[in-house]
Write a protein that binds this ligand. Structure first.
Ligand SMILES: [Zn+2]
Length: 201
């Protein structure tokens, strides 16, 4: 990028820090921004500046929102007995896009990862306890994925629930063979999980 004119290089270098953008695609994006009419370019700049100001964390579920409580927590038609725990906000978005789940959420803000120094105090466990203390929740649905950190986090939450909240059931998203996949191409762990969580047909 050294040979680029200064202002263009500056924008490209900023964009290259975004996930999924290498130097080449950052330069392409910078060139596309250059072609924006002035008004549109100003709009982009302004929206980036106001991003932090206009967003907040919902005090009930810790998701990103424009209001506190967020529209999901404020929605009286949602089932308050189901609480789905996700690690990050984009998992919540994926579940919402599917449109089948009508319960509430809690965004942990990550996964327990002792090797990276992420313990329970770094995540939203206080908020989770508060939700369970409210006595409304009957089922905790863990949607944390199936990495090692996700497994550890899931068992931590399961222990927390079984020890402190005997009336709350804990379930997790089923794991196993993805749609359209063949058994012979499955890795051992996926196959083991599919066998463990097999369903009656
Ligand atoms: Zn919320």
């Amino acid at each position: 990028m050294d040979r680029l004119p200064g202002p263009l290089r500056e924008v490209a270098e900023h964009l290259a820090k975004l996930p999924g953008l290498g130097p080449k695609s950052a330069l392409r994006a910078a060139l596309a921004l250059l072609k924006f009419p002035r008004e549109q370019a100003e709009g982009v700049g302004r929206s980036i500046l106001t991003l932090r100001e206009r967003l907040c964390l919902c005090g009930t579920c810790a998701s990103l929102a424009e209001s506190d409580p967020c529209p999901i927590c404020a929605d009286a038609t949602r089932n308050r007995e189901q609480l789905c725990v996700v690690s990050e906000w984009d998992s919540l978005l994926a579940l919402e896009e599917m449109g089948l789940y009508r319960g509430l959420y809690l965004v942990l803000g990550g996964l327990l990862s002792p090797l990276d120094g992420v313990g329970p105090s770094a995540l939203e466990f206080d908020l989770l306890r508060k939700r369970l203390d409210s006595g409304q929740v009957r089922e905790l649905i863990l949607a944390l994925g199936s990495t090692l950190d996700a497994e550890n986090t899931a068992s931590h939450i399961k222990n927390l629930a079984t020890q402190g909240y005997p009336g709350v059931g804990v379930s997790r998203l089923a794991q196993g063979i993805p749609m359209g996949a063949e058994v012979k191409f499955m890795d051992r762990e996926t196959l083991r999980q599919s066998l463990m969580h097999r369903q009656a047909v």
